[in-house]
Structure formats: structure tokens, C-alpha cells
Design a protein around this ligand. Sequence first.
Ligand code: DGY
Length: 323
Amino acid sequence: VESRPVVWVSQPLIDAVIEPLRAQVDLVTTDEVTAWTPEQLAERLADVDGAIITLNERIGAAQVAGAGRLQAIANVGVGYNNLDVEALSAAGILASNTPDVLTETTADLGFALLMATARRITESERWLRDGQWGQWSFQTMLGADIHGSTLGILGMGRIGQGIARRGAHGFGMRVLYHNRSRLPAATESEVGASYVDFDALLAQSDHLVLVLPYTPDSHHIIDAAALAKMRPSATLVNIARGGIVDELALADALSSGGLAAAGLDVFEGEPRVRQELLALGNVVLTPHIGSASLATRKAMVQLAADNLLAALGVVGEASRMPS
Ligand code: DGY
């Protein structure tokens, strides 16, 4: 009798998607959100054939050194800087991620953060709840316009293109972008964006959204020198990975008038958020919720499960999410 593959699911995900997998594989699940240590990860991976994991789990050579049976890791997320892909392929382990299914939901959040930041939504609410609203005033919470302004996008993959479409077609913005490679002209005109170099993007954007992958090349690409090239009236939004921005330089720019405001969904040391950022009123902070709509999170888990079963050579209807 052939034994069934054993699959570890690192965090509570979506039961309606995960539970049906028991028809095909032996699942090891957890009921609690867990901060696995590097050693615990190595232990968990030691005797399984596959794993469904999240950005919390950092997996490299040390975690798979003793994982003799491990064939595949499915990352529930599009970003995969938590995986040392080179070490995994050297160990013969297939890694997968979940692109496409979260594009529009994450672009929505990018736009929500841009609007909340430019129009000082959360700052206004704190002020109101604090009982500071004495009388309607002409000068209260003056922010920056979104419609008709210049939107800059750094990183023009799927999510960047979704943000460009929203800005160009929904809000009449002039959209500029910078990316490692330029988009084909037909795509540029469909999404409504024009290519500029990095310095021009910094200098011309009223609102700059970061949507590029986190790699050694993009580490702190937004540093003090880059921030100094931005307009003092500009807003910065980061929905990619925290390490793209030098957070101390950003806090300095925000407190010294070098930059008007920032909207941050991601942080370098998350879930820890720097005191220097928490102390500022002109920052909107959200806990890495870019893809967090119920429908999208279901689709992400379904895609990760499908990726994993395919990599393990298990295919079947029973893995499909009930509609
Ligand atoms: C992603 O998909 O990369 C998000 O950050 C959540 O995992």
C-alpha cells in the first residue's frame, strides 16, 4: 500500500479550503497563530512531504537540511523573500507562490492607503474621537488632492499596473512609473502610465506608491538621499515590504517637513513598528493587510493548495474549494 503524503500547514488559514485536503493527504495543522523559531521550523519540516506556509516562516538551508522527504513548499502569498529559493532548489524542493489572485485586492488597499494618507483620514478620526472638534473650521485637516495629481509607481508588476489603472482611469491622475524593465507600449497605454527614470519619479510624484519585490537590490532603495529628492508636499505609500524603505530616514523626513505624509502597510521588523513612526501623526499604519479580503484570502489558500498537490503529484477534484 502506498503511503499518503504528509503535509504541514504552518498557520491557521481558511478551514473551508484546507480541511477537504484530508481526502488526499495527511494534514498536520495548527489552531494557533504561531511564531515558529528557526529550530522549530527545521523540526516541523523534518518528516513531511510538503508544507503550506506564510510570510512568517523564513525557510533556508538550515531549515531543510534534515528534511529528507520534503518535496514542495507552497507559500501563501506573492512575495517570497521569506524563502531562500536557491537553497530550496539545491535541496530539490519545489517552491511556489500565489500571484494573480491577489492583484486587484492589493491594488485596492494601495489606493485606500493613498487616499487615507493624502486626505488625513485616520488623523482626522483620532482628532474627532479625542474630542478636539470644537467648531467646524475652514482650516481643519487640509490635505492633498488625489484627482488630477501625479501618481508615481515604483515597481510595475501586476499590482503596480492595477494601481496605475485606478489612478489614470478612475481619478484622472497623470501616472508615472519606474521599473527594472519598461512595459511594452501597448501595456503602457492600456494602464495609462509613462516610464521615467528613478530620479524623475521621485522628483515629480505627488504620491509615490512602492510595489516592487524585496531583494538585495531594493533594500532601502528609499533612503535619505531618495527622500530628499521628493517634494516636501508628497505622500509615500508602501504596500510591498518594509525593508524597501529606510524607516529612520522616513521618520526624519516626515518630522522635519521633508515629506508631507506616509501610508505604510509593511514594516522592516513587523510585527514590531518603530516608535519613531508610531510617534508621528502624519503616518497611516496598517498591519500588512494588502491582500486581506475574505474572497482573496480563500483564493490564495486554494492556489497554494493546488500548487502543492500538483508538486506532490496528487491531483483531484476533492481539493477544490466548495463554491
Ligand atoms: C504577499 O502576498 O506577498 C502578501 O504580503 C501576503 O503574504
